[in-house]
Design a protein around this ligand. Structure first.
Ligand code: ADP
Ligand code: MG
Length: 265
């Protein structure tokens, strides 16, 4: 289970969540995207219904419905699933404050036997651009954090704060949480700056950084307007190919990690 976090808005969290999910599903894996951003952009890109009142991550956090009841399957690929976010989630950040076990509600909701029966290989949680209770719920539910970093000015601004928050969650709420994956997005090969940012990020995060870099591409930004991932919108585009590569890398990493844990078991 991966949380996609970076409290900066517009860095490519949602784009990465839906396109990595689609790339993993294309490889035959079952993937669930949990949309935790009240804007519901991930739900839109996955073609999920998310009008107010639709069973969503909001009711899930309140404990009113089960995860299975909220799941919608992609019209494009049966293995690609989504728990949508509706505008109702906008109030949750405040409503959660007074609730029991407020940080662990998503984790509880996602650890049901009925969900296990669906044999989901990857759960990707798309976070809002803040470090509030919704993001904390995502970090408590997941074991891994995926950080998208934009290859632009001030790319690393705020990453320090994100890492400190991850450490706090590790220390107090979820000791298994770690940054497993960093993905460089909106890379523009014509600029020197993009390479400088990429070098700096690789120095800082080492092997966690995926080799596949996502280029800045109009197709990537157009796709959600059609309720599609870029893999469906323009499968041959550079954006689609790079997300496919990134998905392959992630699947391979996870397979080798599973093999390693089985070997020691
Ligand atoms: P976040 O979820 O972090 O706020 P988004 O994924 O919504 O960020 O991306 C912000 C904007 O940038 C969106 O309009 C999106 O379409 C665009 N975008 C994201 N990735 C790319 C890319 N590789 N090339 C071009 N535009 C992109
Ligand atoms: Mg987003």
């Amino acid at each position: 289970m991966l949380t996609i976090a970076n409290q900066k808005g517009g860095v490519g969290k949602t784009t990465t969540a839906v396109n990595i999910a689609a790339a993993l599903a294309v490889q035959g894996l079952s993937v669930l995207v949990v949309d935790l951003d009240p804007q519901g952009n991930a739900s839109t890109a996955l073609g999920a219904v998310h009008t107010s009142g639709t069973p969503s991550s909001y009711e899930l956090l309140l404990g009113e419905i089960t995860a299975v009841e909220a799941i919608q399957r992609s019209p494009k690929n049966d293995r690609l699933m989504c728990i949508p976010a509706t505008i109702d989630l906008a109030g949750a950040e405040i409503e959660l404050v007074s609730m029991v076990a407020r940080e662990g509600r998503l984790k509880t909701a996602l650890s049901s036997a009925a969900l296990d029966d669906l044999q989901i290989d990857f759960v990707l949680i798309d976070c809002p651009p803040s470090l509030g209770l919704l993001t904390v719920n995502a970090m408590v539910a997941a074991t891994e954090v995926l950080i998208p970093i934009q290859c632009e000015y001030y790319a690393l601004e705020g990453v320090g704060q994100l890492l400190r928050n991850i450490e706090l969650v590790q220390a107090h709420l979820n000791p298994r949480l770690h940054v497993s994956t960093v993905i460089l997005t909106m890379y523009d090969g014509r600029t020197k700056l993009a390479d400088q940012v990429a070098d700096e990020v690789r120095k800082h995060f080492g092997d966690a950084v995926l080799k596949s870099v996502i280029p800045r591409s109009v197709k990537v930004s157009e796709a959600p307007g059609y309720g599609m991932t870029v893999l469906d919108y323009d499968p041959g585009s550079r954006g689609a190919m790079s997300y496919l590569d990134a998905g392959r890398e992630m699947a391979a990493r996870s397979a080798s990690m599973n093999a390693a844990t089985e070997g020691t078991a």
